[in-house]
Design a protein. Sequence first.
Lengths: 142, 103
Amino acid sequence: MCHNRIKIEFLSKSQNESFARVAVAAFASQLDPTIEEITDVKTAVSEAVTNAIIHGYDSEEEMISIEAIINGTELTVIIKDTGKGIDNLEIAMQPLYTSRPDLERSGMGFTVMETFMDGLEVKSDKGRGTSIIMKKIFNPLS
Amino acid sequence: MHLNFENSEDKLIVYMSGELDHHSAEEVRNIIDDRLDRDSYSKLIMDFGGVSFMDSSGIGVVIGRYKKLHMRNGKVCVTRIQSSVMFKIIMLYDDVEQAVNNI
């Protein structure tokens, strides 16, 4: 069974959103994904990193880390910030809810992560940060 | 993100190409709003034909322009959206039969 792991860290700048999703997609490419599977992963990573930047931190000088693990045909992506944390997870995860309507957010971030991946777990501690753990199972080419 | 503008009477057409995420959305929003305000357009056509990646920030940009133009009794429409962001959450089928078989 194939096993592999990477860890990257980057500043909480919005310029790094594209870097983060492309880096995870490049790592996942060893699973021979379809274009659709790769787009799903890129979109989910983009949402999680955007959340960390917009909601986790007020500054662009904080760190966000991403750990990606491959076990067989399963990819796990863990996106961590050490920012403010989420007040009420149940409310935050409802479709169309946004705590920042001033930024023209659609409130669909968690819904996208849930729909595009095969597993989503959110751990958040007020004042200590948030971890998003997402899983996707790739269908191997026969 | 690249934007090309055309106009036809009271309609502003914007051809977008590149990746639309939270980072590029801010710039896209500012440039489009600037054009809309400068020549007081009330109708906006957003063409997504060249958009290779879009996350939920793209939905925010469309809804935001809708809100803005709605206030001046205007309209927004979109063309050539290839992105799956919307139609993976709410699936789109060609007809009812396909929907019944797949939902």
